[in-house]
Design a protein around this ligand. Structure first.
Ligand code: FES
Length: 342
């Protein structure tokens, strides 16, 4: 099979080159050369491997970034886990060189140290990493990144965003929507403190961006608040002065969780505004309605367009992206992470 030369530019201008066969996806071609580009599901569902083709021709595979939605920023966006080359290609990657690995993603053992139900159907799982010679005992990650967890008794990995801040103690915190029919959900029904889990990471490019002092608006659907809480924790730890707002979106008021922890965060980050957006149940004091309607009203009256960070279902991400675009938020100031139901 013919091989083509692929040239990939990272956002900070570094160049990667690798050969890729015409019958393999660009992501796989890079990995054959030990270039590990950010990706998550590898099935065309999450959009984590989106890149833009600057020159050359390609096959789209079975899917594109805008399939079923409006996330594509232009016609030449592709999913690297799906697209195959038909000529030499030049590709722009939407992240810095620091996010590219040249060795497999590190795997470690961790132990469950706490497991508690923070709302009906939502578990908070806290792990402590086992110290090893390569990584020591630290849990080092960029706020917003995720870890993969090997589901015990299977060969399947599941990705969950970290909800806490990087630390020296090996502490990892996850918020997990418990789907009884999901593979990890079934494990959670029998999980216990003391269980050892194999974890891999950190990974992901949904991280805080330095864009001057633009306001930051974080929009999280249900457990999609996890990476946003991680970002807020780190902003609080740094004494960050960006104006910042959190929209915590759920369907029903009973699904809200960690309100005390969020209030504590607000004490440490005084400029933080929090809007609990509840779409179905009656409105209580301090609760807003549908998140998209609330966001739209706020964007209409916002002075400076904010940087928008959104994490949640594809529907939420697409809705927020369209709303932000319509109200003048630049394409490259909308950062998103889509959940994949597994
Ligand atoms: S890794 Fe390509 S779409 Fe998820």
């Amino acid at each position: 099979m013919t091989e083509f030369e692929i040239t990939a530019y990272t956002r900070d201008g570094q160049v990667l080159t690798f050969p890729c066969r015409g019958d393999e996806a660009l992501l796989a071609g890079a990995e054959r050369q030990n270039i590990v580009l950010p990706a998550q599901c590898r099935k065309g569902s999450c959009g984590a491997c989106t890149a833009t083709v600057r020159a050359g021709s390609y096959g789209l595979g079975s899917l594109r970034p805008n399939d079923g939605g409006s996330l594509a920023r232009n016609e030449r966006e592709v999913l690297l886990c799906q697209a195959t080359p038909r000529s030499a290609l030049v590709v722009d990657l939407p992240y810095d060189h620091a996010f590219v690995r040249f060795e497999p993603v590190p795997e470690r053992w961790a132990e469950i140290v706490a497991l508690d139900r923070v709302a009906p159907g939502t578990e908070r799982m806290q792990l402590r990493l086992q110290a090893d010679e390569v990584c020591g005992s630290a849990a080092e990650f960029a706020p917003g990144q995720y870890m993969e967890i090997l589901v015990p008794g299977t060969a399947e990995w599941r990705a969950y965003s970290l909800a806490n801040n990087t630390n020296w103690d090996g502490h990892l915190e996850f918020l997990i929507a418990q789907r009884p029919d999901g593979l990890f959900g079934r494990y959670l029904q029998r999980a216990a403190v003391g269980d050892r889990l194999r974890v891999k990471g950190p990974s992901g490019v949904f991280t805080l961006q330095e864009n001057g002092l633009h306001p930051r608006w974080f929009i999280g659907g249900h457990t999609g608040v996890a990476p946003l809480l991680s970002m807020l924790c780190s902003m609080a730890a740094w004494g960050d002065s960006h104006p910042v707002r959190l929209y915590f979106a759920v369907r029903d008021g009973g699904e809200l969780f960690l309100e005390d922890a969020i209030e504590e965060l607000r004490q440490r980050l005084p400029q933080l505004e929090v809007k609990y957006c509840v779409s179905r149940s009656h409105r209580e004091r301090f609760h807003y309605g549908n998140v998209l309607e609330t966001l739209e009203a706020d964007l209409r009256s916002a002075g400076t367009p904010p940087d928008c960070y959104v994490c949640g279902s594809a529907r939420l991400v697409e809705g927020v992206t369209a709303c932000a675009r319509n109200h003048g938020v630049a394409e490259d100031r909308i950062y998103h992470e889509r959940f994949v139901a597994t």
